[in-house]
Design a protein around this ligand. Structure first.
Ligand SMILES: [Fe+2]
Length: 214
């Protein structure tokens, strides 16, 4: 009989860069050049996260201090870089060149929480405009049971705890400067032509296993 230790989920010692090159030349309104630069940047976050994790194994924790300490600096950069990895992976994987539609469950929740699908889209696009250099996130909030929209600056500022992101939009300058210069709203409109609503629906429905099993 397997021991509890043997049954524990597998761990990851080193992050690997995921392959999203299928998106390189297929998205509407987003150039190959912009995507290639974006993948390079994402790869940088993966490399830095691995480097920081290694340094965290070696750092002297006896000097930990909130004013300045090696541990503190590494922890701050870990949150920044790890979120840089995760948010980019969630963003790239909710993009597609296929025509997709939201599921009935996603539409029902959106209509309940925002009044209508159009009002929801208007709201999340506005949140994307309100984010400085960062992200707009639609997330399922376990505390109120609703979809909440958030604006995240950088990768790690104003990130709510205990919510599940279902739709992630990158609105850093690097995401729009190549194709749209500083016209962020035009870039946001273009991204919304490429959303994989099947993926977004599935991310929400994964939280509703009881409903789906009835
Ligand atoms: Fe990005």
């Amino acid at each position: 009989m397997a021991s509890i230790k043997e049954k524990l989920p597998k761990t990851v010692e080193k992050y690997e860069t995921k392959d999203f090159t299928y998106l390189t030349d297929s998205l509407k309104g987003i150039s190959k050049e912009a995507m290639e630069l974006h993948f390079k940047l994402y790869n940088g976050y993966v490399m830095k996260t691995n480097q920081i994790n290694q340094l965290l194994k070696e750092v002297d924790i006896s000097t930990a201090n909130h004013n300045y300490s090696d541990l503190r600096e590494l922890l701050i950069e870990k949150s920044h870089n790890l979120n840089g990895v995760i948010l980019h992976e969630l963003f790239f994987s909710n993009l597609t060149d296929d025509e997709t539609k939201p599921s009935e469950i996603l539409k029902s929740v959106v209509e309940r929480d925002f009044g209508s699908w159009d009002k929801y889209i208007e709201n999340i696009k506005a949140c994307a405009k309100a984010s400085r250099a960062g992200w707009a996130i639609s997330a399922y909030n376990f505390r109120d049971g609703k979809i909440n929209n958030f604006a995240i600056d950088q990768h790690d500022l104003h990130m709510p705890a205990f919510v599940i992101p279902i739709l992630i939009i990158d609105v850093w300058e690097h995401a729009h400067i190549t194709d749209y210069g500083i016209d962020k709203p035009a870039y946001i409109d273009a991204i919304f032509e490429n959303i994989d609503w099947h993926v977004v629906s599935r991310r929400l429905e994964n939280q509703f296993s009881d409903l789906l099993s009835e």
